[in-house]
Write a protein of this length. Structure first.
Length: 162
C-alpha cells in the first residue's frame, strides 16, 4: 500500500487518533490522581517509612528511564525499516500505535505507583512526584501526526541505487 493512498491516510488518521486519545485520557487520569491526593490530605495520616520512600523513588526513576529506552529501542530506524519491509504501511502504523500506547500505559503505571504510595504512607508528595514523571513520559511519547507521516514517507521511499 502506498503511504499517499487514501486507504493509508485513513489508517494513519484512525491509528493516530486512537493513540493520541489514549495518551490524552491517561494525562487527564494522572492529573485527576494528583487532585484526589491533594483533596485527600486531611484524611491521610502520615507514616514515615524509609524503605517505601527509597523503593518508590527508585521504581519511578527506573520506569521513567525505562520508558525512554523502550521508545528508542522500538523506534530504531533499522527496526522500523524491517517492519515496513515485512508488513508494509499497515504494519508500520500498527507498530507506531502499539508502542505509543505501551509507553502511555507505562506512564500510567508510574502515576498509579505514586498514588498507591500516597495511600500507604499518607504523604501526597509521592503522587505529585510520580504524576510529574508520568506527564513527562506522556509528553515524550505523545504522537504527532506529522512525525508519523514523516516516518511513513521515510521508509516508503525507494532506495537510491549507487
Amino acid at each position: 500500500m502506498d503511504p499517499t493512498s487514501p486507504e493509508a491516510q485513513a489508517e494513519l488518521a484512525r491509528r493516530h487518533k486512537a493513540a493520541a486519545t489514549t495518551v490524552m485520557g491517561l494525562i487527564v487520569a494522572t492529573v485527576l490522581l494528583a487532585v484526589v491526593a491533594f483533596l485527600a490530605r486531611p484524611y491521610l495520616t502520615p507514616q514515615d517509612n524509609a524503605v517505601i520512600n527509597m523503593a518508590v523513588r527508585i521504581v519511578i526513576l527506573f520506569l521513567g528511564i525505562g520508558a525512554i529506552v523502550w521508545r528508542r529501542t522500538k523506534f530504531q530506524p533499522m527496526r522500523l525499516q524491517d517492519i515496513f519491509g515485512l508488513a508494509g504501511v499497515s504494519g508500520l502504523l500498527k507498530t507506531l500505535e502499539r508502542t505509543t500506547i505501551q509507553l502511555a500505559v507505562l506512564g500510567a503505571a508510574i502515576a498509579a505507583i505514586g498514588f498507591i504510595a500516597t495511600l500507604v504512607t499518607g504523604n501526597e508528595w509521592y503522587t505529585y512526584l510520580a504524576s510529574a514523571v508520568a506527564v513527562l513520559v506522556f509528553v515524550y511519547c505523545y504522537p504527532t501526526k506529522s512525525s508519523w507521516l514523516r516516518t511513513l514517507h521515510r521508509f516508503s521511499e525507494p532506495e537510491a541505487e549507487a
